[in-house]
Design a protein. Structure first.
Length: 317
């Protein structure tokens, strides 16, 4: 008995032949093999065997991603076999083929060996998308090769985007969802860290994967109106953030009771507001009697916070 690889004899008199294959020897091992059985009468039957090489490699390491961002997992697969089929799995479930993007096909890197690159892309909708993503390379009819795992974790945070206050006590909250536990939170106000003397920050658990961050004060004023940002620190590179716009509204009448015997009377109102009020109205017995443009001490159009604005004379009905 004689074995040949590409018509070159490789060994003789062996019933089993082993050839070591490494990733640097694709073309050395793959190809067509022939086994000839030698007889004295010259009638030597032959057996041909095609040996193909195939592998699939996960190029994307495990990562953490925010809800709403795109998950992109890249694999490369090598093959000397002309017909292969690639599938992506989340756990044991096949991801729809519509989420696949093949970057290039059939790029030849060695004699008879081609490399392909493909990515699986989908939007991270929440912690329900947590899991191991693998690629399976189907070679022939029933032989599947599986890649390494890429573990994806999805985290998110949310909060009311607008909060209104008239002063005094104020409590801001934001919720966090994810299998990665946050270790702490950082609150900023207009880009700077909040004053820990005036504000109290807490982080509590509200379920297996839900956490609540709160920021509270007992003495909120117009100067505290603005943009608050809470950042959940996870110990990883990805930190979800939520933004809260806090607006201030406060109005005070100069007199609660007015006694008038004349034809006119005057009512004065002072208010603080963010942003600056455009108009306000007076009501008499719950019915509007006047719409007035405020007259403010600070008339700068660039100033977003207005204070100490007065009314005008109101005709007596």
């Amino acid at each position: 008995k004689q074995w040949y690889q590409r018509r070159v004899a490789i060994t003789a008199g062996m019933h089993k032949w082993m050839y070591p294959v490494t990733t640097q020897q694709y073309s050395d091992a793959s190809g067509m093999y022939t086994c000839k059985y030698m007889f004295e009468d010259g009638k030597n039957p032959e057996l041909e065997l095609g040996l193909h090489y195939a592998s699939v490699t996960m190029e994307t390491p495990s990562f953490i991603i925010k809800k709403g961002e795109m998950v992109s997992v890249v694999v490369k697969y090598y093959s000397t076999y002309p017909r292969v089929q690639l599938k992506f799995y989340r756990g044991d479930v096949i991801i729809p083929a519509s989420d696949y993007v093949v970057k290039y096909r059939g790029k030849k890197i060695e004699k008879g060996v081609f490399v392909h690159e493909a990515s699986c892309n989908f939007e991270a909708k929440g912690p329900e998308d947590d899991g191991d993503i693998t690629a399976g390379l189907l070679v022939g009819k029933d032989h599947e090769i599986t890649s390494e795992k890429c573990h994806v974790k999805v985290i998110s945070s949310s909060a009311d985007s607008h909060v209104y206050s008239s002063g005094g006590e104020l409590r801001l909250t934001s919720s966090y969802m994810g299998s990665v536990k946050p270790t702490s939170v950082v609150w900023t106000f207009d880009g700077k860290a909040v004053n820990p003397v005036r504000w109290t920050s807490n982080l509590t658990s509200d379920g297996a994967m839900k956490y609540i961050a709160s920021l509270s004060t007992n003495s909120m004023s117009v100067s505290d109106a603005g943009v608050y940002v809470v950042e959940f620190i996870t110990g990883e590179a990805t930190h979800p953030k939520s933004k809260i716009n806090v607006f201030f509204r406060s109005i005070t009448l100069s007199q609660k009771t007015i006694i008038s015997s004349g034809k006119t009377w005057t009512a004065m109102a002072t208010f603080d507001a963010t942003p600056m009020a455009i108009k306000f109205q007076f009501l008499f017995n719950d019915k509007p009697i006047a719409f007035i443009e405020p007259i403010c001490k600070d008339e700068s159009p660039k100033k977003e916070k207005s204070t100490d604005c007065d009314s005008a004379l109101i005709p007596l009905l």
